[in-house]
Design a protein around this ligand. Structure first.
Ligand code: MN
Ligand code: MN
Length: 315
């Protein structure tokens, strides 16, 4: 077991000390030999309203310092079986969204070529498109569990085809998704048109608005998701604004009436058994997160994603 990386224990170095890598894991130069890697994408130039997600990866890493290796609720023991490290950040070009998108795809292409599963710390939701391009190159069209207040299927924003509200429109056009295995969970808020959520349904997506989930366990929904997706390669894209701003207000486009933290945990824990080939947690904006609670939640959700990857044992 000793050959596998372990999060630095709070008994070896105080949790407020040491290098602030994700979960205090070793930082790796390359994905070679890794089963899974945390990767930051410090991008916020695709955002439409409140900026700041460029600081997301760094703040999520800082708040991840309290995370311990074993999942006491589910029994998951990721570090008993997987080789995991922090791969640092993708060196995006903060003056060019177009160039950044190309840089991200190239970076993920290289990571995926080694067989490593990426767990991404965003960054605004634009990054899902270049990541999905690389993922589909390797795995073919993927199933998608997409948690968000927004469908992110705009045709354009301010005339731009690439932005944080368009990635899943482009993904459909480019054939990156298995449309009948796409689940959009937590959608809500006001719209530009009354039929805003009809376009994804017309593509074959399953749209589950937040208000249909109020006061409920999401375990039954996730049973449906697993039955529909089966063995297909599946990507999990989690926009923190899917969760109610009472718990995760540090984000760019908050919408009231969102998911609770236990519901978010049910979604991710309900992904166990899916053939997950990548996950992201996007839209954490530290300048709007003075308490750090949003980043703390994001760090925990990324850990939960690690805990449901294929091959993680339960103790
Ligand atoms: Mn989004
Ligand atoms: Mn959103």
């Amino acid at each position: 077991m000793n050959e596998l990386n372990q999060p630095l224990s709070g008994n070896a170095m105080p949790r407020f000390g040491g290098i602030a890598s994700m979960m205090r894991l070793p930082v790796a130069e390359s994905a070679a030999g890794l089963d899974a890697a945390f990767i930051g994408v410090p991008l916020d130039i695709g955002t439409s309203h409140r900026p700041g997600t460029r600081f997301g990866p760094r703040q999520i890493r800082a708040e991840s310092a309290l995370l311990r290796p074993y999942n006491m609720a589910t029994g998951a023991a990721p570090f008993d079986a997987l080789q995991v490290a922090d791969l640092g950040d993708v060196p995006i070009n903060t003056y060019s969204l177009e160039k950044s998108v190309a840089i991200i795809t190239a970076f993920y292409r290289e990571v995926l070529a080694t067989g490593c599963t990426p767990l991404t710390l965003g960054g605004d939701h634009t990054i899902a498109l270049p990541i999905l391009r690389a993922v589909a190159e390797r795995h073919g069209p993927v199933a998608l569990v997409h948690v968000d207040a927004h469908a992110d299927i705009n045709d354009d924003m301010f005339g731009e085809r690439i932005a944080h509200g368009t990635p899943f429109r482009r993904a459909v056009e480019e054939g990156l998704l298995k449309n009948d295995c796409v689940f959009q969970i937590g959608l809500r808020g006001s719209g530009y048109a009354a039929d805003d959520f009809d376009w994804p349904r017309a593509q074959g997506f399953t749209v589950v608005p937040a208000h249909e989930l109020w006061y409920q366990s999401l375990a039954p929904l996730m049973t449906r998701v697993r039955a529909q997706v089966g063995e297909a390669p599946c990507y999990l894209s989690f926009d923190i604004d899917g969760i109610d701003p009472a718990f995760a207000g540090g984000t760019g486009t908050p919408e009231v009436g969102g998911l609770t933290v236990p519901q978010a945990l049910e979604i991710i824990r309900g992904c166990r058994g899916l053939n997950l080939v990548g996950c992201d947690l996007v839209e954490v904006s530290p300048p709007y997160d003075p308490s750090g609670n949003t980043a703390l939640l994001a760090a925990n959700l990324l850990y939960e994603m690690l805990c449901v990857l294929p091959g993680v044992p339960l103790r």
